[in-house]
Design a protein around this ligand. Structure first.
Ligand code: SF4
Length: 539
């Protein structure tokens, strides 16, 4: 809660006690920001006659109420007033919308915090992958990744075919029908997921390189998921406008199952128009409309990730993408990726998209199954073979390629884009830096060398290595896909493939962490639409 004095209501849960005018304020503000962010013509119309532009859009707010959310100076002034205890001078609609954003950001943080795998090895691995992502992607980008437990594809391929698809969805091939047999297998597989991952798997969702609405039986799969886990998976679709009545039924179903947030990817302005015509602002209160249309990108308001298929368009449409220097991925799962048509599963975790990992995630292990029993065996073997939970003395320690090491006589620092660690009182620290930089020594060898040359007790060296390990600074990148640059969603091989990881661990990185987070420079209105993702990032 901020220092605002007016009463605030939470909007992601039961709305029965929330006054209608409160919901109206927030949902109308949201609609205004959607149109203003994605439609340059609307910006022009607003600039020439703000009141008429609001009326034409059916927005029950005044220009004075919306300006503090679209204009940086006005936004800063509103913040200054709130901090000075003068919130009463800020329009309530502004404060309510800000509180709504605050609630959604908190929701995302909570999602990440409560996703705790039951298996201690998976738990340790996920923690470490979270730390690695902060270091590799930067704090700002990493904050948007929830490290969800699982994503489940109900089709093979996607009919939408976005040029920028961050996971390079293949062309639509087929979808899983909800037959009696498939329904049984589906529920059994969800049971296995709950058993192997733990109840925190309830934060999974039912799409990846697929659009959930491509599956005509999506609603049945969604309802079954709720029956097993007691939660409703977030729906993200680029086809919200295609069949408004079906979309409305799905939203109503999701609402009845207490889904806090759903999402529409707006890939063309016409889609936004149809959505705004088809649904009232109140109906879409909890549906984020993610700007993916050309106009919002070319205006510099929202840029797309340079991952997946978008990488092929870097030269042609580079002005719509984040720059090569910035980290890029839309992956948000540190866990299992299923395809129920192919009956395949992969163990994955996000990474910066690159030639080697164009889809922006590592594949640690993968395999196929026919039955729920086989799935259980497969998932367990993936954990047994690829997910380790401690740094062994015979493990070779090698820093990630993006980690820099800085040593002065008694101090060693490791630094990456988003995370750093400093170790004081390290005699002959440059020697330790050299051993780490070599990347060829085992834990045992490093500890013995430190004892011999600098008189450092092995336990002290092990503690340093352990902290580096827990912070995700050691290189655990799996072997490259068979053909570099050809990592593609949906291709599987039978059996499991060990990831060849260097090491593993059990705790968070500890008190030596230094944040080197990036500044978010997106304009206020665009930022307020982007702050809120709860699972997979905007595609
Ligand atoms: S971004 Fe989404 S809707 Fe577009 S092609 Fe990829 S999976 Fe399909």
């Amino acid at each position: 809660m901020t220092r605002q004095s007016a009463p605030y209501y939470r909007l992601l849960g039961d709305l029965s006690d929330v006054p209608a005018e409160y919901i109206r304020d927030v949902s109308h503000m949201k609609r205004f920001l959607e149109r203003w962010t994605m439609d340059p013509k609307y910006q022009e119309a607003f600039a020439s006659d703000p009141e008429a532009a609001l009326t034409d859009l059916g927005i029950d707010l005044t220009p004075a109420e919306v300006i503090p959310l679209m204009d940086r100076e006005a936004a800063m002034e509103a913040t200054r007033l709130v901090r000075a205890g003068r919130a009463a001078e800020v329009p309530p609609a502004v404060l309510r919308y800000r509180y709504f954003i605050h609630e959604k950001v908190e929701h995302r943080r909570r999602q990440r915090a409560v996703t705790v795998p039951g298996d201690p090895r998976l738990r340790a691995w996920r923690e470490r992958m979270i730390n690695r992502c902060i270091g590799e992607l930067g704090q700002d980008r990493a904050d948007q990744i929830v490290h969800a437990p699982a994503a489940i594809e109900l089709s093979k391929g996607c009919t939408v075919g976005c040029w920028f698809c961050g996971v390079a969805a293949p062309k639509f091939d087929s979808t899983l029908k909800y037959t009696e047999d498939n329904g049984r297998l589906w529920r059994e597989c969800l049971g296995v997921l709950a058993e192997v991952y733990g109840i925190a798997a309830r934060s999974a969702f039912l799409y990846w390189a697929t659009d959930p609405l491509d599956n005509p039986d999506y609603e049945h799969f969604l309802a079954d998921f709720y029956d097993v886990f007691g939660t409703c998976p977030q729906t993200t679709t680029a086809q919200g406008q295609k069949d408004i009545e079906r979309t409305r039924r799905i939203l109503q179903l999701a609402h009845s199952l207490n889904s806090p947030v759903d999402r529409f990817s707006i890939i063309a302005l016409n889609s936004l128009y149809r959505i705004h015509e088809g649904f009232t602002p109140e109906e879409l209160l909890r549906v984020e409309c993610v700007p993916q249309n050309k106009e919002s990108a070319t205006a510099g308001l929202v840029r797309k990730s340079n991952a997946g298929r978008a990488r092929k368009f870097a030269a042609k449409r580079g002005n719509e993408l984040v720059s090569e220097e910035q980290s890029s991925t839309i992956a948000c799962v540190s866990g299992f990726l299923f395809n129920m048509v192919e009956r395949s599963v992969k163990l994955i975790t996000p990474c910066n998209a690159s030639e080697r990992w164009p889809l922006g995630y590592w594949v640690i292990a993968q395999g196929t199954f026919d039955t729920a029993d086989e799935l259980r065996t497969l998932m367990r073997s993936m954990i047994d073979e690829s997910v380790r939970d401690s740094l062994g003395v015979l493990d070779t320690v090698r820093l990630r390629r993006d980690v820099k090491i800085v040593a002065s006589p008694e101090r060693l620092r490791v630094v990456s884009m988003g995370l750093g660690l400093a170790f004081d009182d390290q005699p002959q620290a440059p020697e330790l830096a050299e051993l780490l930089a070599a990347g060829t020594y085992t834990v045992e060898q490093v500890a013995l060398r430190r004892r011999e040359s600098a008189g450092v007790p092995p336990a002290q060296t092990l503690a340093v290595l352990d902290r580096l390990f827990l912070g995700g600074f050691f290189d655990e990148e799996p072997p490259a896909p068979q053909s570099a640059g050809t990592q593609s969603a949906g291709t599987q091989s039978a059996g499991t493939q060990s990831a060849g990881t260097q090491s593993a661990g059990t705790q968070s990185a500890g008190s030596g962490q230094e944040s080197t987070g990036q500044e978010n420079a997106a304009p206020e209105a665009a930022r307020l639409l982007q702050l809120t993702g709860t699972s997979r990032s905007a595609r």
